[in-house]
Design a protein around this ligand. Structure first.
Ligand code: MTE
Length: 300
């Protein structure tokens, strides 16, 4: 069931890609245009504009292809994404390997313009195309007793040169609480800017949870498991002190090595002022109730 969440932005608010590029040229020429006028109302104040296709697809984290920001764009073309299947197992009524080409006709794909905040204190505004994760989980049928959802990325060493380096404990795994996974803001993205999602961004399907730090948005998903217990997550295994299971964007809880109060918007220029980070990345009204009564410092 798509459309349960009402975005305040519609397709009409999206800066056409060509216009965006032209606008950047104008800005680069030193013309101070009224920033904020083009972005839709929901993003106007803190988010001057969408990031460009170039920025979104050439500055990436996808450690399976290497740890440099340009490694994914250089190496991800080696990844075979067709055919693709997602195994859904654990506490579900209909476990099995779901072919991606069978899943897609059942899903309602829509555009979602979301803020994206990396734990490293940089951010973008991205026009995703995707479907609600809840629809996919309902397709498999969630059983009583399921409380968490675990995700796993493809692990194919012959196509992913970064897997040679034990930076993290491969495969890349992530997890959400079931109510977070079922929240209408949580999507499985299959596109950016109306085009199929590039491989460096997690083709053919990646998770997007806009109120959490970017590392929760696991790419190129091959497996989803419904569990009763909290599943392990890659960055939490790497350093539990630095990366909690929840990892909700929170300007008042700093990373042990840097402040999370502000962020640098990619494309804003090297000397652009940082902007304040918003509680739950600006989605407080929609998601704060999920964490009622929880100590957000403890469950970071
Ligand atoms: N998923 C996998 N499988 N491997 C990764 O290294 N990096 C995460 C997340 N998902 C990562 C991943 C991090 S740290 C971030 S910030 C985002 O992907 C980056 O997404 P982007 O490259 O599309 O901006």
């Amino acid at each position: 069931m798509a459309g349960r969440w009402k975005n305040d932005l519609t397709r009409a608010d999206v800066t056409p890609h060509a216009a965006y590029v032209n606008r950047r040229q104008l800005l680069a020429g030193g013309t101070a245009l009224g920033l904020g006028a083009i972005a839709g109302p929901g993003l106007a104040a803190a988010d001057p504009e969408l990031n460009s296709w170039e920025e979104i697809t050439s500055y990436n984290n996808f450690y399976e292809f290497g740890t440099g920001k340009d490694d994914p764009a250089r190496h991800a073309h080696k990844m075979t994404t067709e055919p693709w299947s997602i195994e859904i197992d654990g506490l579900v009524e209909r476990p099995g390997k779901y072919d991606f080409s069978d899943i897609m006709p059942e899903m309602a794909v829509e555009e979602r313009i979301y803020r994206f905040r990396c734990v490293e204190a940089w951010s973008m505004v991205i026009p995703w195309n995707g479907f609600e994760l809840a629809d996919l989980l309902n397709m498999a049928g969630v059983k009583d007793g399921a409380k968490y959802v675990a995700f796993q990325t493809l692990m194919r060493p012959e196509e992913m040169p970064g897997l040679r380096y034990p930076v993290i404990d491969w495969p890349y795994v992530e997890g959400l609480r079931l109510d977070e996974a079922m929240h209408p803001l949580t999507i499985m993205a299959t596109g950016i800017y109306g085009k199929p999602i590039p491989k460096q961004n997690g083709a053919p399907v990646r998770l997007v949870v806009p109120w959490k730090y970017g590392f929760k948005s696991i790419k190129s998903i091959v497996k989803i498991t419904l569990t009763a217990d909290e599943p392990p997550t890659s960055w939490n295994k790497y350093s539990a002190r630095e990366y909690g299971f929840y990892s909700n964007v929170n300007p008042t809880v700093n990373h042990p090595r840097w402040s999370q109060a502000e962020e640098r918007r990619i494309g804003g220029g090297l000397f652009a002022a940082k902007q304040p980070t918003l509680m739950f990345n600006g989605y407080e009204a929609e998601v704060a109730a999920l964490y009622d009564g929880m100590d957000l410092r403890k469950f970071h």
